[in-house]
Design a protein around this ligand. Structure first.
Ligand code: CA
Length: 226
């Protein structure tokens, strides 16, 4: 597993690199946004750990540029900014997790491992959630092996929800996924697609549920997992 650490505090770079190397990661540590951006254009990392206060700017800008390029690389923000607005800004910006400094190495490691266990992490092509499966190459979803009849937009939304199974996906992230389909006949707003998706999943007897998190977004959970 190859990990990109974007961090400018020397002591932290040492501690984190050492801890993660011991856990079996190959760590590239870079201390500026510019270098990180260069590295990201050439290397497919399994996970990125991103500080926000960096010498040449805000880590959120790097995150935004990654998501604009449709990079699905999992990003964990590691920062001293602990206000709720900061967390929301990070998650809205497409971060997969957010850890506030100071932190315990064991917690950072546990969270990174959780990101890597997610469906679709480390470049998996078949995502699963209970009886629901999604083939991200064929662009098909199925429940217990029976194919679901979904539009391309619904498939795009379902893929995002499955890639972040058990985590809230901000509505803005889902809206962004639909931009590419804006000129197609089926260009409904996100809630309409979600409504349709729910009905299809229920109708097919899927073990998953799509929950609305008011003011933030949507969350897919595997109800059969408990
Ligand atoms: Ca910093």
């Amino acid at each position: 597993m190859r990990l990109l650490l974007v961090e400018d505090e020397c002591r932290l770079i040492e501690t984190i690199s050492e801890g993660l190397s011991r856990a079996g990661f190959v760590v590239d540590a870079l201390d500026t946004l510019r270098e990180a951006e260069q590295a990201l254009s050439g290397v497919l990392y399994d996970v990125v750990v991103l500080d926000l206060g960096l010498p040449d700017g805000d880590g959120l800008n790097l995150l935004a540029s990654m998501r604009r390029k449709h990079s699905e690389m999992p990003v964990l923000i590691l920062t001293a900014r602990d206000a709720v607005e900061d967390r929301v800004a990070g998650l809205n910006g497409g971060a997969d997790d957010y850890l506030v400094k100071p932190f315990a190495m064991s917690e950072l490691l546990a969270r990174i491992k959780a990101l890597l266990r997610r469906p679709g992490a480390a470049l998996g092509t078949t995502l699963t959630a209970g009886s629901l499966s999604f083939d991200s190459i064929a662009r098909e979803a199925a429940v217990a092996g029976r194919r679901l009849d979904l539009s391309r937009q619904e498939l795009a939304l379902l893929e995002q929800l499955m890639r972040r199974l058990g985590r809230v996906v901000p509505r803005s992230v889902l809206e962004e996924k639909l931009y590419g389909y804006a000129n197609e006949p089926n260009s409904n707003p996100v809630p309409v697609h979600i409504h349709h998706l729910r009905r299809r999943l229920e109708g097919a007897g899927a073990s998953v549920g799509i929950h609305t998190v008011r003011g933030i977004g949507y969350l897919l959970t595997d109800e059969g997992a408990h």
